[in-house]
Design a protein around this ligand. Structure first.
Ligand code: SF4
Ligand code: SF4
Length: 217
C-alpha cells in the first residue's frame, strides 16, 4: 500500500521517543558536542598522508607521483616534487613531496585519491570538526598538517591498516632476502675469480742466454 514505509518509519520514531523515557536502548541520540559517539571504521571525512615510524619526513610514504593530484575530481590537491630522494620502506630511493596541500573547502570526500594511490600513502581521516572563520588559508591543509602516523591510521581503520601492514612487511622481507642473496652471489663470484687467479700457472720469465761475440785482436 502506498505510504506504508513512511507509516512504519513514523511508528518506529514514536516508539523511540516514548520508549527513551523508560529504556536507554531506545535513546538513539547523544548530547553532541559534549558527548560524541565513536565513528564507525568506514566513516570518512578528508584525506591525510600516512608516515611510518616517528619521523613524518623520513617515514612519509608519499613518493610525489602526483596520480592523486591528476585524478582528484575537483582538483584540490597541489603537489611539488622534491629535488632529492629518500629511501622508502624497502630501501629504494624515491622522490617525496616538497609541498603537498589539500584544500578541504573544495574536497568532496570522494576517496578517489585513496583508491588510485599505489603506495598506500593517502587515507581518509575521520576528523570533521574543522570549521574556521578563515575561509581560505584556514582550510588549505599543508603537508605538516596532513602527515599522520601509521599508528593513528591503525586506530581509525584497524582492518584495512592491518592488511596493508602485512603486505608491506612481506614486500620488505622479499627485498631483504633478495639483497642478501645478491650479496652472497657477489661474494661467491669474487671468491671464484680469486681461486681462478691462484690456479693459473704463474707467468715465468723467459730464460735469456748472454752470448759474447769473440773479439778479434
Ligand atoms: S577525497 Fe576526492 S575530492 Fe578530496 S582530495 Fe581526495 S580525490 Fe580530491
Ligand atoms: S599520495 Fe599516493 S598517489 Fe598521491 S602523490 Fe603521493 S604516492 Fe602518489
Amino acid at each position: 500500500m502506498l505510504g506504508t514505509g513512511i507509516l512504519k518509519g513514523m511508528i518506529e520514531t514514536a516508539r523511540n521517543v516514548a520508549g527513551s523515557y523508560v529504556d536507554a536502548e531506545r535513546l538513539t541520540t547523544v548530547e553532541y558536542p559534549e558527548v560524541k559517539l565513536p565513528p564507525k571504521e568506514n566513516a570518512r571525512s578528508f584525506p591525510f598522508l600516512v608516515f611510518d615510524g616517528d619521523d613524518p619526513h623520513a617515514g612519509l610514504r608519499c613518493v610525489a607521483c602526483q596520480i592523486c593530484e591528476k585524478e582528484c575530481p575537483p582538483q584540490c590537491i597541489y603537489i611539488n616534487k622534491s629535488k632529492d630522494k629518500k629511501p622508502d620502506h624497502i630501501g629504494k630511493p624515491q622522490l617525496y613531496p616538497a609541498t603537498f596541500d589539500i584544500d578541504v573547502s573544495v574536497c568532496m570526500s570522494c576517496q578517489i585519491c585513496v583508491e588510485v594511490c599505489p603506495f598506500e600513502a593517502i587515507k581518509m581521516d575521520q576528523e570533521f570538526e574543522l570549521s574556521t572563520s578563515d575561509r581560505f588559508g584556514g582550510l588549505l591543509l599543508t603537508k605538516k598538517e596532513l602527515a599522520k602516523s601509521n599508528d593513528y591510521y591503525r586506530r581509525l581503520h584497524p582492518t584495512e591498516a592491518g592488511e596493508i601492514d602485512a603486505k608491506r612487511a612481506e614486500e620488505k622481507a622479499k627485498a631483504e632476502a633478495k639483497a642478501k642473496s645478491d650479496a652472497e652471489a657477489k661474494a661467491r663470484a669474487a671468491a671464484e675469480a680469486g681461486a681462478k687467479v691462484e690456479k693459473s700457472p704463474a707467468a715465468t720469465p723467459k730464460a735469456t742466454t748472454a752470448t759474447s761475440s769473440p773479439t778479434q785482436t
